[in-house]
Design a protein around this ligand. Structure first.
Ligand SMILES: C[S@@+](CC[C@H](N)C(=O)[O-])C[C@H]1O[C@@H](n2cnc3c(N)ncnc32)[C@H](O)[C@@H]1O
Length: 345
């Protein structure tokens, strides 16, 4: 069982199924031999060719739901819902919208930050808050819920992700709180079942695209074309992510070429590194509590080895200090930017 490639984005896996999947993965360790795994136990790195995002996020979102509520390093209960690195709130943006003890504050900051731009605030004020948002790559919908509750309490919001498990969480946990204002749709963002020119604002928060360096993939190009198609003329695209620094300019050039003008770019890499430093203790206790739930990891030798691999891979996904992805942000090989763009009228 290759859990990095074998799972489907069309499925949400129950805890019983996850137990079987983990046990099967542990068993593969018996045939692998030392050092043959696709996860580096040094820094958690996994080569592009050794995983699919369909499988990895399917596993993560099913796991977040099945593991349920855990305690942060400060003993505060939370369910892991924001699959977001996020960043410490930049001082230049004024008072922080989150408290220092909130377990998922960096994800909340990232979503609030997408809407901090003056041009967006002006549009929202002109409409007395009645704006329609579409998010491309919403994960569990935790950010959608945060925005509908705390940032734009009069907006309507369509949250889209390719992962059934993420969409299920949004439908079960978040959408019912908003009485029809928040809907969750499972779709590939490159082929959205959404009409033309319906969105005032399109949000993209750490969606796993545009991360291949200097080369834009066909998926990346389709992604931006989709955003342009669903945006109203004059509507805004607000996009935050940490990606290879060299990947930004080709994206900006492509956006301009299809009629999306880049208006503002804010570099929050320093604040993103700070977030990872401050979040490390929470990530550590989350991973321990989550992995404790799986019987397969209790198998002597192979179970222990696979548990270490799972822990280091999860830390790398979180850009935890000591991992390859964290180092890439420290050296600015990867930069975290928050970008405001506008579809030309
Ligand atoms: C790092 S997660 C971020 C999730 C969420 N925005 C958050 O911040 O919690 C990346 C997400 O992008 C989604 N994604 C990547 N490519 C996609 C695509 N082509 N269509 C829809 N979703 C996509 C993945 O399924 C995953 O949920």
């Amino acid at each position: 069982m290759d859990i990095l490639k074998a799972l489907s984005e069309e499925r949400a896996y129950s805890m019983t199924e996850l137990q079987g999947i983990v046990s099967a993965w542990v068993l593969t360790g018996a045939f692998e031999g030392n050092g043959n795994s696709s996860v580096s136990t040094v820094d958690g790195h996994v080569d592009e060719a050794d995983y699919t995002k369909q499988s990895v996020y399917s596993l993560l979102y099913s796991m977040f739901r099945s593991v349920g509520t855990v305690k942060s390093e400060l003993g505060i209960p939370f369910q892991f819902e924001f699959n977001t690195w996020g960043y410490a709130w930049p001082e230049a943006w004024g008072p922080a919208p989150t408290r220092a003890d909130e377990p998922q504050r960096f994800g909340k900051n990232a979503y609030t930050g997408l809407l901090h731009f003056d041009a967006i605030q002006k549009l929202v004020a002109e409409r007395d808050g009645h704006v329609h948002l579409v998010e491309m790559g919403c994960g569990t919908g935790a950010g959608a819920n945060h925005i509908c509750t705390h940032v734009l309490p009069k907006c309507t919001y369509e949250a889209v992700d390719m992962q059934q498990a993420g969409v299920d969480t949004c439908r079960a946990q978040f959408a019912p709180r908003h009485r029809g204002r928040l809907v969750a749709t499972r779709a590939d963002a490159t082929n959205l079942p959404i009409g033309d020119e319906v969105a005032d604002i399109v949000l993209v928060n750490e969606t796993h695209v545009t991360d291949q360096g200097e080369v834009m993939t066909e998926e990346d190009r389709k992604f931006f074309r989709s955003a342009r198609r669903i945006l109203k003329p004059g509507g805004f695209l607000s996009w935050g992510n940490a990606i290879p620094d060299m990947a930004w300019q080709p994206c900006f050039d492509f956006m301009e070429s299809i009629g999306i003008e880049v208006l503002e770019v804010v570099d929050v890499t320093a604040e993103a590194v700070q977030a990872r430093d401050e979040d490390a203790a929470r990530i550590e206790v989350y991973i321990e509590q989550a992995l404790d739930k799986f019987y397969g990891f209790r198998v002597p030798v192979f179970g222990t080895r696979k548990r270490e691999e799972a822990a280091v891979a999860m830390k790398n996904l979180c850009r935890d200090p000591g991992t390859r992805l964290y180092d890439d942000m420290v050296t600015h090989a990867d930069t975290y930017k928050v970008v405001l763009a506008q579809k030309k009228a």
